[in-house]
Design a protein around this ligand. Sequence first.
Ligand code: GLU
Length: 229
Amino acid sequence: MVEVYTGRFAPSPTGLLHAGSLVAALASWLDARAHGGQWLVRIEDVDTPRCVPGADLAILQQLADCGLVPDGLVMWQSQRNTAYQNALDTLIQKDWAYPCGCSRKDIETAIESAQAQSVARHHAAVYPGTCRHGLNSKPARAWRLDVRAVQTALGLPALTHWSDRRLGPQKQNVCEAVGDYVLRRADGLWAYQLAVVVDDAAQGISHVVRGQDLAGNTARQIVLQRALA
Ligand code: GLU
């Protein structure tokens, strides 16, 4: 069976596109065209405090000015609450998501006492799983994916492998690299990881061409894709 190529560009409307994001837009468009596929656009406006009013339309205009016109309706993540809630409910029903009452400080303290060393600045703390088996009477703040539960139930290896056409074969142990990651944030907003995976599936995305700075998210998104498949 020949796979239908569907690519996408998924900017966060935190301002106008700059040279780097335009390169990502153009690269994803060119790859879709080179494969005779279609190219879609999704406005990733879930992180509302970071969104700039009007930036979404300005970005679409910038793309159009460069001749980059999507082959289907533009999707806005701010309108996708029900889809994200359904995905989270599915994960909760399977016991693959759990509420977490930890603040950032709680997580750092737990890691420091386990390792007797400071968490390096600019290095995302690996969540130590404090709330995996209960909140210990703390109020729920965020929802997290129980990565090991998903991997065990689905028979997935601890090491997630994928192939990146530019970077070559890639792998990451999600439990060791990030731990149980956030699906719904403590401030009630949907996490990037959940929204991307739900929407890539809804838009039928077959190929992702994006900035290399996002490569470190791929394994998390693959695990979540498998959990929601
Ligand atoms: N919205 C994300 C960003 O602008 C990109 C998401 C993606 O391509 O997966 O950084």
